[in-house]
Design a protein around this ligand. Structure first.
Ligand SMILES: [Cu+2]
Length: 379
């Protein structure tokens, strides 16, 4: 049920219906969106959050969801045309000019002094990466992409969220009643803006000090990869503008260049993984980049040879985030999307326990449809 049309399931045609039936193995914050004509359908807002609750009650006063979506709007507030243009494809993707919180522009999110909130952040944008700073507050990250981690303060106090990423944070509302505190997104230099404000009610604090209850979420039943016996593979991300290594014009193997996707929208290949470019919505007839044996532990080294950020998403699995540029990560991090900075190498590990054909792709949708996508087969 984490499929891709033409690969693992048929697209749902206009007027048709399809019932998704599955038992979610893991509690956490997830989301869903189409993988057909992805750029326009997701870019026009066809996405939603999927929350799987823990069996045990989590000790917070409120559970709050913020689905954050970036839009490129015209001056009369219509969705701008020009999806899939070459500039967006080869650079940072279709970054917009308006960010909504649960579908609307927000100036105030009401909170109560003293309360402990679990805030589920979902970045449902096509391309915008976010780095959220909570003025005078100290968010603690407790889960990434639905998977619990050791509670920790994010680096620099900023919650980093690439497209498709989810971060659960715990926020103790230790501000003053009646005051407002900005939530600022400062990922892109010189283009910071405030997303909303934590707007405190006038009422006195419901408690003086943060509660003592443990912050760690109950574990999910994830299979631990066996690192000594793990099979190692490298995925080299290539292409884009300004990166050196521009692709195109016969350098790439694998064919399908500029092929028509299922949508009929043509996307030129400007990115590649290990020299292969899968474009559009993917191609059922393109051979898998990797074929893995079911049950095998896998280490994937994702090597970003480009000058751009890439949130790399694997379908059908969650992986452990092991290393960044050779240094072990802390806080026991798992995810299904890992944000890889320019020239960075990130190592992830997982057990290939879910048989089938699974996409791995950049979740900056312009990058995905113009070549930064591949199939991993688990047989
Ligand atoms: Cu990308």
């Amino acid at each position: 049920m984490d499929g891709v049309p033409g690969l693992t399931q048929k697209p749902i045609k206009p007027g048709e219906r399809f019932t998704y039936e599955f038992t979610p193995p893991d509690a956490g914050t997830f989301w869903y969106h189409p993988h057909a004509d992805s750029l326009r359908q997701l870019g026009r807002g066809l996405a939603g959050a999927l929350i799987v609750e823990e069996r045990e009650r989590v000790a917070v006063d409120r559970d709050v969801l913020w689905v954050l979506t970036d839009w490129r709007l015209t001056s009369d507030a219509q969705i701008a045309s020009g999806f899939g243009n070459a500039m967006d494809a080869g650079m940072a993707g279709r970054i917009g000019n308006t960010v909504t919180l649960n579908g609307a522009i927000s100036t105030d999110e009401r909170v109560r002094a003293g309360e402990r909130v679990r805030l589920r952040l979902v970045n449902a944008s096509l391309a915008r990466i976010m780095a959220l700073r909570f003025e005078k507050h100290r968010p603690l990250v407790v889960a990434l992409d639905g998977q619990p981690c050791d509670p920790h303060e994010p680096e620099g106090g900023r919650v980093l969220l690439g497209p498709a990423m989810r971060v659960d944070v715990v926020l103790d509302m230790q501000g003053e009643p009646g005051h407002r505190y900005r939530v600022i997104d400062e990922f892109y230099e010189d283009r910071s803006y405030w997303l909303t404000q934590l707007a405190y009610e006038q009422t006195p604090p419901i408690r003086k000090n943060p509660p003592n209850a443990p912050l760690a979420l109950p574990a999910n039943p994830l299979p631990q990869p066996d690192l000594p016996s793990a099979e190692r593979h490298e995925l080299r991300l290539q292409g884009g503008m300004m990166g050196g290594g521009m692709i195109g014009g016969g350098m790439m193997s694998g064919g399908m260049m500029g092929g028509m996707g299922m949508s009929g929208m043509s996307h030129r290949a400007v990115w590649a993984i290990n020299g292969q470019s899968m474009t559009g919505d993917g191609h059922a007839d393109m051979p898998p980049l990797l074929t893995l044996r079911r049950g095998q532990s896998i280490v994937l080294a994702i090597v970003n040879e480009t000058a751009w950020w890439h949130p790399m998403h694997l379908h059908g699995h969650s992986f452990r985030i092991l290393k960044r540029n050779g240094s072990p990560t802390r806080h026991n991090l798992w995810g299904d999307t890992v944000l890889v900075s320019p020239r960075e190498t990130v190592e992830v590990a997982f057990v290939a326990d879910n048989p089938g054909d699974w996409m791995i792709h950049c979740h900056i949708t312009d990058h995905q449809v113009s070549g930064l996508m591949a199939v991993i087969r688990i047989a």
